[in-house]
Design a protein around this ligand. Structure first.
Ligand SMILES: Nc1nc2c(c(=O)[nH]1)N[C@H]1C(S)=C(S)[C@@H](COP(=O)(O)O)O[C@H]1N2
Ligand SMILES: [Mo]
Length: 407
């Protein structure tokens, strides 16, 4: 509700020309940077080289499904993998390519009307600030997108992910609030917009500038992290080295990788990533779309799509997650939703991460079967049978019908 009011206000300000950064071009940004006396807002001081391919790490077919510049984790590769997703199988979502950023020359630049003046930090300076560690999921807003088509017969655009555009990691770094305060945050700051050092995103022949999306100051000061480590290792190139944003509970686009600059403004900020993309458009939504930030409740089996299982007792395993907090219960159906049994939960149940679970199943017949997992979170939110269509295919939170063959 608060989010809706906030979004309406900023849209009105945008239309009224009172806001800055309305999907601004590279030239606008350069002008802005020059006016503010900030050099290299677009990363000129820390030039990023493009890597050999869009993704640097190996993408073996048993761990990933590759879609152009993106790689989806195979759920069967998470079976027995522990609570955290190992880096070798953590999904990658790149608008362009993984850049190679020199950590020594690297500077994080902060600028804008919400600060007392521009500021910059080297990595060593950031590492001298109070540190913190957070276990949190990064999940693409489009995770599960292909199910709009395969389950609901609807047309959507974007990467045809199944459910593997999520990873839970242990992120270590400094709170964004600590850095904003060290940079001289003003009381009238309302929006914070991190931007990446990767190549500008060009869509339909239009240069949309660096990947960036504003965060309201309340979230920026709450639990957002600037991380240089993932699962106890230096942040890998594909996941944002040397520094990335991690926004617990919010759609993946908020967690800007290779963050080079952060604009802090006393007026609402806009980018194509909160005006054109990452809004819900379609029959069920207003013409200007509905802004999205938080993720919804989802569940997945640690099984291949169309997996073959023996005609014998099998332990089905999986994970469920929600941005609202921990998972209260998980129910599983092995007969396409007719009957349900409660799954056993194991291990941590951390907010903004996930809950692992398992349940035994002795199929009575060979042939095709449909498995469904349905989670309910601490707020009582659960997974409906269908979700309203949106043209960009975001937030598919419906129960997923997972096909298996018993042979
Ligand atoms: N600079 C930059 N940050 C980015 C992106 C990008 O293309 N460039 N992709 C975003 C999207 S859409 C997602 S889902 C997450 C994916 O994070 P991962 O590749 O580490 O899994 O990063 C986000 N941060
Ligand atoms: Mo994403």
């Amino acid at each position: 509700m608060e989010e809706t009011t906030y979004d309406r206000t900023r849209l009105e300000q945008w239309r009224g020309g009172q806001a800055s950064g309305r999907g601004f071009s590279r030239r606008d940004l350069m002008t802005l940077a020059a006016a503010l006396g900030v050099g290299g807002v677009l990363g000129a001081a820390a030039p990023a080289r493009a890597a050999a391919g869009p993704i640097v790490k190996p993408l073996p077919p048993e761990l990933f499904t590759v879609f152009g510049t993106n790689a989806e984790t195979k759920w069967e590769a998470l079976k027995g993998a522990g609570y955290l997703v190992p880096v070798d199988r953590f999904f990658v979502r790149n608008h362009t390519s993984t850049p190679v950023v020199d950590p020594v020359a690297y500077r994080l630049r902060l600028f804008g009307s919400g600060l007392r003046g521009p500021a910059e930090f080297s990595l060593d300076q950031l590492k001298c600030l109070p540190k913190t560690t957070v276990t949190a999921a990064v999940e693409c807003a489009g995770n599960g997108r292909s199910l709009f088509t395969s389950q609901q017969g609807q047309t959507v655009s974007g990467t045809a992910w199944k459910l593997g555009a999520i990873g839970v990691g242990r992120w270590h770094g400094v709170r964004l609030s600590t850095v904003l305060r060290a940079a001289g945050l003003r009381h009238d700051a309302v929006d914070v917009q991190p931007q990446g050092l990767d190549a500008n995103f060009v869509s339909g022949g239009v240069d949309l500038g660096p990947v960036r999306r504003p965060l309201p100051i309340a979230k920026a000061l709450d639990d957002v992290l600037l991380a240089w480590e993932l699962n106890g290792e230096p942040l890998p190139p594909d996941h944002g080295a040397p520094l990335r944003v991690v926004v617990p509970g919010w759609i993946g686009i908020s967690s800007i990788k290779w963050v080079g600059a952060i604009e802090v403004a006393a007026e609402p900020l806009f980018s194509p990533w909160n005006t054109q993309f990452y809004r819900l458009f379609g029959e069920s939504y207003p013409a200007e779309g509905t802004l999205i930030d938080e993720q919804v409740v989802k569940s997945a089996f640690e099984l291949a799509w169309n997996a073959t299982l023996p005609l014998a007792r099998t332990t089905l395993t999986g994970r469920s997650w929600s941005a609202n907090g921990p998972i209260r219960r998980v129910d599983v159906s092995t007969d396409g939703g007719t009957s349900w049994r409660r799954a056993h939960t194991t291990g941590p149940n951390l907010p903004h991460a996930w809950q692992q679970w398992h349940i035994d199943w002795s199929p009575a017949t060979t042939g095709q079967h449909t498995l469904i997992a349905r989670a309910t979170d601490v707020t009582g939110a659960t997974q409906p049978v269908t979700v309203p269509h949106n043209t960009l295919g975001y937030l598919f939170g419906a129960q997923v019908r997972h096909p298996v063959t018993v042979a």
